[in-house]
Design a protein around this ligand. Structure first.
Ligand code: NAD
Length: 375
């Protein structure tokens, strides 16, 4: 079985889907690994490191030739995958809702496309969960990005020249990224508060030493949809949340928003009028900017200023920590592939009747088969 690792072509994508460590492990399973030249360049991995790990390094055509499994970070253009074996599998973060045509392209090119971000959030798949591994790094980096834009220090400092007060940091959306943002801001000495629509997060916020800011006394505030994800909230809840947030936000120095609802645009959490209530020099980081944005006025790929407040909208935040993000992503892929490795056939075989297979498989037999992409 031949595994091909692509060099990413999307502008700003610095990650790579394999590392020398994962290459060695694939070879130990009995696979041949080919890596496209330059694939690890932005993640601090030279072609020679891949060669030393046992991979062959070549241009894309030779890398793909006869490959049974193609690994990428972003979904590649189907037209760029010529030469792979018939019925080859492709595993990457495929963003299928935004790229339906491209997914159809994988089907017509005969690929079995596997969307890594559709990995079910079940215990046995935790080590394969790319959303978690990448969101965790995003939450960390969001705090550093905010600190970088903020013209003050985060911790309280008592110096001979006087005292600097601690920054107030508010995290909105306490999933994987939000939890790491709370922990990071706490480590930097900020006074941290956080909110979410899922009541279960209250205890998590408090266990990290932050203050939980929650809408109380509104019917149906559980906010928990399927699979532990958030659901769309009622208008009554949204009004109560806006009022609560308005009062709180005006006193914050840094706000980090991470709120997402699967398959829908990100919920709007902060209006321009609320931004205007913040002190000049404050910073907002919108981690949901590429999904429509939690913050009015946030622009994907830019740091903009509104009412003296900086709104940070970096794209692809995990890629800003390309080495660690690649290392964790490569491990997620290895954990997935090795869990379904047929030792006798020395091949990656996904059983049809399996929750993980059904969760990630978008295309098969020339068709788009995933239920979420029908209609
Ligand atoms: P996510 O990225 O989908 O969303 C981020 C957070 O935003 C969530 O906590 C969500 O509740 C919150 N949110 C949505 N709308 C909001 C609003 N209007 N106001 C405030 N907050 C809002 O979340 P995620 O990090 O992918 O985590 C989703 C769930 O999956 C969590 O329950 C998490 O514990 C669970 N999870 C399970 C596993 C596993 O078992 N393998 C792994 C990771 C995460």
């Amino acid at each position: 079985m031949k595994i091909a690792v692509l060099r990413e072509t999307l502008d700003g994508e610095r990650r790579v889907a394999a590392t020398p460590e994962s290459v060695k492990k694939f070879i130990a399973l009995g696979a041949d690994v080919a890596v496209e030249a330059g694939a690890g360049g932005f993640a601090g991995i030279a072609d020679g490191d891949f060669t030393a790990a046992g991979a062959t390094v070549a241009e894309r055509g030779a890398t793909l030739k006869g490959a049974d499994l193609v690994l990428g970070v972003q979904g590649p253009d189907p037209a760029s995958l010529a030469g792979a074996a018939k019925g080859a599998k492709l595993a990457a973060i495929l963003a299928p809702y935004a790229n339906r045509e491209r997914v159809a392209g994988y089907a017509s090119a005969g690929f079995e496309a596997l969307a890594m971000e559709f990995m079910p959030r079940i215990t046995r798949a935790q080590s394969m969960d790319v959303l978690s591994s990448q969101s965790n790094l995003s939450g960390y980096k969001a705090v550093l990005d905010a600190a970088g834009e903020y013209g003050r220090a985060l911790p309280m400092m008592m110096t001979a020249a006087g005292t600097i007060s601690a920054a107030r940091v508010f995290i909105m959306g306490v999933g994987v990224a939000g939890l790491q943002a709370i922990a990071t801001a706490r480590r930097l000495g900020a006074i941290v508060s956080a909110t979410d629509v899922r009541a279960a997060t209250k205890e998590q916020i408090e266990s990290l030493g932050a203050k939980a800011i929650f809408v109380e006394n509104v019917k149906g505030i559980e906010g928990e949809g399927t699979g532990g994800y958030a659901s769309e909230m009622s208008d009554e809840y949204k009004a109560a949340q806006a009022e609560l947030v308005s009062g709180h936000i005006a006193k914050q120095d840094i706000v980090i928003t991470t709120a997402l609802i699967p398959g829908r645009p990100a919920p709007r959490l902060i209006t321009d009028a609320q931004v205007a209530t913040m002190r000049a020099g404050s910073v907002i980081v919108d981690l949901a900017v590429e999904q429509g944005g939690n913050v009015e006025g946030a622009v994907a790929g830019q740091v903009v200023e509104r009412h003296g407040v900086k709104i940070v909208g970096h794209r692809n935040v995990p890629s800003r920590l390309a080495s660690d993000a690649s290392a964790l992503y490569a491990r997620n892929l290895y954990n997935f592939i090795s869990a379904y490795w047929d030792k006798d056939a020395k091949a990656f075989v996904l059983p049809a009747d399996d929750e993980v297979t059904k969760g990630v498989t978008l295309t098969q037999g020339g068709q788009v088969i995933h239920p979420a992409l029908q209609g």
